[in-house]
Design a protein around this ligand. Structure first.
Ligand code: GTQ
Ligand code: FE2
Length: 360
């Protein structure tokens, strides 16, 4: 090196340090060697796959019902499915919890920006009211609580009732948009027109003529178990999905879009003998086993699941389903593909057979 070029590079180092000092004062940084890169080639996640077994959950729920009172002020009695890899949530976008309510109890009215839904797991006799609309929940029903809708649950039945609650609260938290209001009374007034949105839009095929309130959000709040079962029966006549066998998404009947803005909800049947192709896609998901049993491999780890179990799957994990049993398996699934598709950032990949063999 000549003496001039050494001189120049000293000058440059000095100027760069000066610039960095100035930028720092003005809350500006530049990328430097050793900093974490802006991008990774593929998604990285701290979320871990987790299998919760019904045999354990059932015992915990019964004990919880005995030892924990339902508090006024909007708190619910729930078991939260906490991901050991995450500080918060079941997945990076949502919490899945199991709510337990005893006969005679009231889960008091409130509203929040997190959008929520319930999928009824066990029992009957509890009704929920969402923005004045009352609905008696039964096993396999899906009931939505859109963002900022008042909701309360009143159990008039005789046996404890158990349902899955999912809220897009991890997402709302990362957007720093958590709002919550308690309702001034324990419960909100119930409209005289029970199940209005279900009467109006519930067939998914036909609806009353005349003016309908057009809302930016899905107007339908309730998806009944009977219709889901029937739709799955019909879908058995279609070509099977190579990864998921028979799978349907709950849709906004007025637009065909996912039933909730951030989360996509699905029901699925794996028929006896089904063996799916390995598959991965953007976003995280949780399965609840409605009935039957089967096997899911997540990035090569094998999970043998049965009725009532939950399985959480991290983003971009390779999943392979099979049903080696004699009976059908039915799954309810929630994933965050809706928000990823809305952001035009959804990726998916079916891994071919040769890769499948390499993975073993
Ligand atoms: O039932 O309104 O599991 O607000 C968590 C928060 C249930 C509910 C949960 C809630 C609810
Ligand atoms: Fe709530």
């Amino acid at each position: 090196m000549t003496s001039t070029s050494v001189h120049r590079s000293d000058e440059r180092d000095l100027a760069r340090e000066q610039l960095l000092g100035q930028l720092h004062k003005d809350s500006i940084t530049i990328h430097r060697p050793g900093d974490r890169p802006l991008f990774t080639r593929e998604p990285e996640t701290a979320m871990e796959p987790v299998h919760w077994r019904w045999a354990d959950l059932q015992g915990y729920l019964e004990e919880l019902g005995r030892v924990v009172d339902l508090e006024a002020g909007g708190a619910r009695r729930t078991l939260r499915l906490s991901n050991p890899g995450l500080e918060y949530g079941t997945t990076p976008t949502f919490w899945a919890s199991i709510q337990y309510i005893n006969p005679g109890e009231v889960a008091t009215a409130h509203r929040h920006t997190a959008s929520a839904f319930r999928f009824v797991m066990r029992g009957t006799g509890c009704s929920t009211t969402v923005d004045g609309e009352n609905y008696h929940m039964a096993e396999g029903d899906l009931v939505l609580t859109p963002s900022w809708a008042w909701h309360d649950h009143v159990h008039e039945g005789t046996e404890p009732m158990i349902w899955l609650d999912v809220l897009d609260i991890s997402l709302m938290r990362s957007l720093q948009n958590v709002f919550f209001d308690p309702y001034p009374e324990d419960v909100q007034p119930v409209s005289g027109q029970s199940q209005r949105t279900f009467q109006e839009f519930g067939s998914g095929l036909l609806r009353p003529v005349g003016p309908t309130q057009s809302r930016a959000v899905n107007p339908l709040l309730v998806y009944g178990n009977a219709q889901t079962t029937e739709a799955l029966e019909r879908a058995k006549g279609l070509r099977p999905d190579p990864c998921d066998d028979v799978i349907l998404e709950y849709q906004d009947p007025t637009t065909g879009r996912p039933a909730t803005p951030a989360l996509s909800l699905k029901s699925q049947i794996l028929r006896p003998g089904f063996g799916g192709l390995p598959h991965r896609h953007s976003g995280s998901k949780v399965y609840w086993v409605v009935e039957g049993a089967g096997v899911t491999e997540v990035d090569g780890s094998r999970f043998d699941w049965g009725a009532g179990d939950f399985l959480a799957v991290p983003p971009w994990s390779t999943v392979r389903h099979s049903n080696p049993h004699d009976a059908e398996a039915r799954l309810f699934r929630v994933d965050d593909s809706a928000i990823l598709r809305a952001l035009n950032a959804y990726h998916e990949q079916i891994l071919d057979t040769s890769e499948q063999n390499n993975g073993r």
